[in-house]
Design a protein around this ligand. Structure first.
Ligand SMILES: [Mn+2]
Length: 168
């Protein structure tokens, strides 16, 4: 909301296993299941990696801007198709359950069939080159002391995104 107030015309790029488009959940519109509902109505929302959705979310889906994991996971060159859906000014939101649980198991609601590391870095690097990223978030890390690989993935992802933004 703050980004939209400041820049007016923004696109939101959401990397997530879940569409998070419910208008409310468990009595709250601020539930994590509703995170993208406002963005779907007030911004150009592009969703990537989605593989879990409730039927109540269906009316809010923009099928032109939806990149299902099942469609892109085995495909080449999907990254540019995603970027082509975005305007010039982009807010980036990454739910770590977007990644496949084989490389990112430490999250609250893991879903099989996610994306891997290098194709995602390719997307993010191309994004930073071609668009203006005005902010980003990385959410849903649930650290597991018995296995720290996911924590390192999240930290490295921050580092990579900052590098891609500032190398331009
Ligand atoms: Mn999610």
């Amino acid at each position: 909301m703050a980004a939209k107030e400041k820049f007016e015309k923004i696109s939101v790029l959401q990397l997530d296993a879940h569409s998070d488009l419910r208008p409310e959940y468990l009595g709250s519109e601020y539930n994590h299941a509703c995170a993208m509902h406002w963005a779907s109505k007030n911004t150009n929302l592009v969703q990537v990696g989605i593989r879990s959705m409730d039927v109540v979310e269906k009316p809010f889906v923009n099928h032109n801007n939806l990149f299902l994991a099942s469609e892109i996971a085995e495909q080449d060159n999907w990254q540019q198709s995603v970027i082509d859906k975005l305007g010039e000014t982009v807010y980036l939101s990454i739910d770590l359950d977007y990644f496949d649980p084989s490389i990112m198991p430490s999250t609250g609601t893991p879903e099989p069939g996610g994306l891997t590391w290098y194709p995602t870095l390719d997307l993010l690097q191309k994004l930073a080159k071609q668009k203006k990223i005005i902010g980003f978030d990385i959410v849903e890390l649930a650290p597991n002391p018995a296995s720290t690989a996911s924590d390192f993935l999240a930290a490295k992802l921050y580092y990579k995104i900052l590098t891609y933004i500032f190398e331009n």
